[in-house]
Design a protein around this ligand. Structure first.
Ligand SMILES: Nc1ncnc2c1ncn2[C@@H]1O[C@H](COP(=O)(O)OP(=O)(O)O)[C@@H](O)[C@H]1O
Ligand SMILES: [Mg+2]
Length: 229
């Protein structure tokens, strides 16, 4: 099954003379279980593309389908439900909440978004995920007490809490030193092997490429020839 199908996907910022295509006529298919790396320099449109394929930004032209559903035909509520159920995000800057403990950070999205949340169950799952990323003993720590690599592990546990089918990662090793970055890549590889999650990573760091089934190059908003699968 295709998880993502984009055809002529374009995102323009600004109007008139100032209009600029941050994502320019991108066609791309990603199949279930694939690990796809999109590689390109700063400013080439990677984060903009990831926001589109994550259903965070629907101001695009062209067509985009996620899990077989045309995004343009979904209501905002339906798109946000699809995102909540099926998509997990990992960002360069971790985005942890400093006033919450590690485990509460992992649980936070579920507690905020779910109507029939059942806290003990969510806590048990969060605890499992923390164990999976090697941080079971830090559940009650504050994020401030953790290293960068540990913080990113917490963010990954949070992204995986609801067992997303698609994990979108924006420069996930960008704030980490080389060795820690390697460990995070190793963790993605293990999680992919265990869970079969489809993963799309955007980065300007070459070292991630050994994780990928496919590497696509992005330049000036466009995916290089060969990018359209
Ligand atoms: N909200 C926005 N408003 C205007 N321009 C934007 C906005 N977001 C991104 N851009 C522009 O789009 C281009 C691509 O940005 P971005 O997707 O962040 O690139 P990357 O993630 O590859 O560094 C850049 O020129 C950036 O300035
Ligand atoms: Mg970016």
């Amino acid at each position: 099954m295709s998880v993502i199908v984009a055809r002529g996907l374009t995102r323009t910022f600004g109007t008139g003379e100032a209009a600029r295509r941050a994502v320019d006529d991108v066609s791309l298919s990603v199949e279930a279980g694939e690990v796809v790396l999109i590689f390109g320099p700063s400013g080439c449109g990677k984060s903009t593309l990831l926001a589109l394929i994550g259903g965070l930004d629907r101001a695009f032209s062209g067509s985009l389908s996620l899990f077989g559903q045309e995004v343009a035909q979904l209501s905002d509520a339906a798109l946000s439900r699809l995102r909540g159920e099926k998509i997990g995000f990992v960002f360069q800057a971790f985005h942890l909440l400093g006033h919450l403990s590690v485990i509460d950070n992992v649980m936070a999205p579920a507690l905020f978004s779910s109507h029939d949340r059942h806290e003990p169950e969510v806590r048990a799952r969060a605890s499992q995920m923390l164990e999976r990323v090697g941080l079971a003993d830090r559940a009650s720590s504050s994020p401030a007490e953790l290293s960068g690599g540990q913080r990113q592990r917490v963010a990954i546990a949070r992204a995986l809490l609801h067992q997303p089918s698609l994990l979108l990662c924006d420069e996930p090793t960008g704030n980490l030193d080389r060795k820690t970055g390697e460990q995070i890549i190793e963790l993605f590889a293990e999680l992919h092997a265990e869970l079969g999650t489809t993963i799309v990573i955007v980065t300007h760091e070459e070292r991630i490429s050994r994780l990928a089934d496919r590497t696509l190059d992005m330049v000036d908003g466009k995916l290089a020839i060969g990018g359209a699968a």
